[in-house]
Design a protein around this ligand. Structure first.
Ligand code: FAD
Ligand code: EPU
Length: 346
C-alpha cells in the first residue's frame, strides 16, 4: 500500500486545476481498495468522530470534476483493469470491464470484436467506472441502453453490492450514484450487454452528414469514426486546453414555456421529449447571452461550443466556478431558464 501525501492533482483532472490531495493512492484490486479505506478510517481524525463522512474521493480519469479547493482527505485512483466476455446468447454478448479501464479503449475493443452498441459513445474521456455515474451519453445513445449490471463496494458497510439496471435509476446525466448514494460506493466493474447484430443509430443528424462526407456506408467502425470526427471538430482536446466537456446539462422545460420563448426568440433550439416537455440546447442559450469565446484571465467559454468552459492554463477552480455562476445568472435573466451544472464540483 503506497499512500502519498500532499500530492498535486493537476495531472489527474482534465481541467488541469492545480490543487493538492492530503493523501493519494492507487488501487488495482478490491483488496487493495479495502486496505486503503481502512487506512483512511484510522489516520483521518475527522472520520473517527462520526460514522461516515465523504472524506474519500474516488477518481477515474478526472474528466468530469472541477476542483475548487485542496482535498483534505484520501483520493483513491481507480486502476481496476481487465475486460472479459462473461456470457452470450443468440443476440447478445455480455462483457465485463474493470472500472479503471479507459472508456474509449473499451469502445475500440468492442468494435474490434464486432460487438455493437457503444460506437456512438466513441471518444468520451474517462473510465468505465464513471460511465454509470452520470449515465454517459452522446449522439442519441446513453449507457443505460447497453448497461446490464455493475458491482460496487459500499464504503460504510465494506461489502460488495450488485446493481441491476433498475437499481441504478438512470436518467439524463443521472443515476443513484450521482445523488442518492453520492460518495457511498466505489464502482468496481460494469457489465454491458452488447449486440451481435448492430442496429445503427444515426438519428443524430450530424452523423448521417459525416458518413456521407466520408463516403462510406453504415458500420460500427464507420459510425465510431464519424462520431470521432464530429467531436474532434468542436470539442477542445483536454490534452491541449483544460475542460470537462459540457459544464451544464441541457435544461428541460414545459411545452407552454417553450411556446412563450419561441415567440420571443424564434431561433431557439429545443427538442421534444416523450413526456411532452422540451429539452433546450444550453449551448444556444449561453451563446445568445454573449459568452461564447469569452475569456477572463485563464478561465473561458469555448469558442466553438459555448456549453464547454475551459482553463487556458492556470485558472483556479474558483475562477471557473465563478464564471459558471455568471453564465447561469445571465441565462436565467434573459430566458427565465435555470441551468444545472453537469460537472461534479469538489
Ligand atoms: P471522474 O471525473 O474521475 O469522476 C467523475 C465522478 O464520478 C466523480 O464524482 C468521481 O468521484 C466519481 N467516480 C469516478 N469513478 C468512480 C467509481 N469507480 N466509483 C464511484 N465513483 C466514481 N460525458 C458524457 O456523458 N457525454 C459526452 O459526450 C462527454 N464528452 C466529454 C468531452 C470532453 C472533452 C470531456 C473532457 C468530458 C466529456 N464528458 C462527457 C464528461 C466525462 O468524460 C464523463 O462524465 C466520464 O464518464 C467521466 O469519467 P472519469 O473516469 O473521468 O470520471
Ligand atoms: N449550440 C449553439 N451554440 C453552441 C453550442 C450548441 O447554438 O455554442 C446549439 C446548436 O444549435 C446545436 C445544439 O446546440 O445544434 C446542440 O449542440 P451539440 O450537438 O454540440 O450538443 P450539446 O447539446 O451541446 C450534448 C451533450 C454532449 C454530447 C453531445 C452530442 C449535454 C449536456 N451535452 O451537447 O455531452 O457529446 O450532446 O450528443 O447533454 C458532456 O456531457 O460532457 C458532453 C460533451
Amino acid at each position: 500500500m503506497n499512500v502519498q501525501e500532499n500530492i498535486s492533482l493537476k495531472s489527474f483532472n482534465t481541467f488541469g486545476i492545480d490543487v493538492s490531495a492530503k493523501y493519494f493512492a492507487r488501487f488495482t484490486t478490491v483488496d487493495e481498495l479495502h486496505e486503503l479505506l481502512e487506512f483512511n478510517q484510522t489516520s483521518n481524525p475527522k472520520l473517527q468522530t462520526s460514522n461516515f463522512k465523504p472524506q474519500t474521493l474516488i477518481l477515474g480519469g478526472g474528466s468530469n470534476i472541477l476542483f475548487t479547493k485542496d482535498f483534505d482527505g484520501l483520493v483513491l485512483k481507480n486502476e481496476l483493469l481487465g475486460i472479459k466476455e462473461i456470457k452470450e446468447d443468440e443476440h447478445h454478448v455480455y462483457v465485463q470491464a474493470g472500472a479503471g479501464v479507459n472508456w474509449h479503449h473499451f469502445v475500440l475493443h468492442c468494435i474490434h470484436n464486432g460487438w455493437a452498441g457503444v460506437e456512438n459513445l466513441s471518444l468520451i474521456p474517462g473510465n468505465v467506472g464513471a460511465s454509470p455515474m452520470q449515465n454517459i451519453g452522446a449522439y442519441g445513445v446513453e449507457i443505460k441502453d447497453v448497461f446490464y449490471s455493475l458491482e460496487a463496494f459500499h464504503i460504510p458497510d465494506k461489502k460488495t453490492i450488485h446493481f441491476s439496471v433498475n437499481d441504478c435509476e438512470f436518467g439524463y446525466r443521472e443515476s443513484v450514484f450521482k445523488r442518492k448514494y453520492k460518495n457511498e460506493f466505489v464502482i468496481t466493474n460494469v457489465t454491458y450487454r452488447l449486440n451481435r447484430i448492430p442496429s445503427f443509430n444515426t438519428s443524430y443528424g450530424a452523423i448521417e452528414q459525416e458518413l456521407e462526407k466520408m463516403g462510406v456506408g453504415k458500420s460500427i467502425q464507420a459510425i465510431s469514426q464519424a462520431v470521432i470526427n464530429i467531436r474532434s471538430s468542436k470539442l477542445p482536446d483536454p490534452a491541449v486546453t483544460g475542460n470537462a466537456g459540457s459544464f451544464f446539462k441541457n435544461p428541460e422545460i414545459g411545452s407552454h414555456q417553450f411556446h412563450e420563448l419561441t415567440r420571443m426568440f424564434p431561433s431557439i433550439v429545443g427538442y421534444n421529449l416523450p413526456n411532452g416537455n422540451v429539452k433546450l440546447a444550453a449551448g444556444w442559450l449561453i451563446e445568445q447571452c454573449g459568452w461564447k469565446g469569452y475569456r477572463k484571465d485563464d478561465a473561458g467559454c469555448h469558442e466553438k461550443q459555448a456549453l464547454v468552459l475551459v482553463n487556458y492554463g492556470n485558472a483556479k477552480g474558483n475562477e471557473i466556478y465563478n464564471l459558471s455562476e455568471e453564465i447561469l445568472q445571465s441565462v436565467k435573466k434573459k430566458f427565465g431558464v435555470g441551468l444545472e451544472r453537469e460537472v461534479n464540483i469538489v
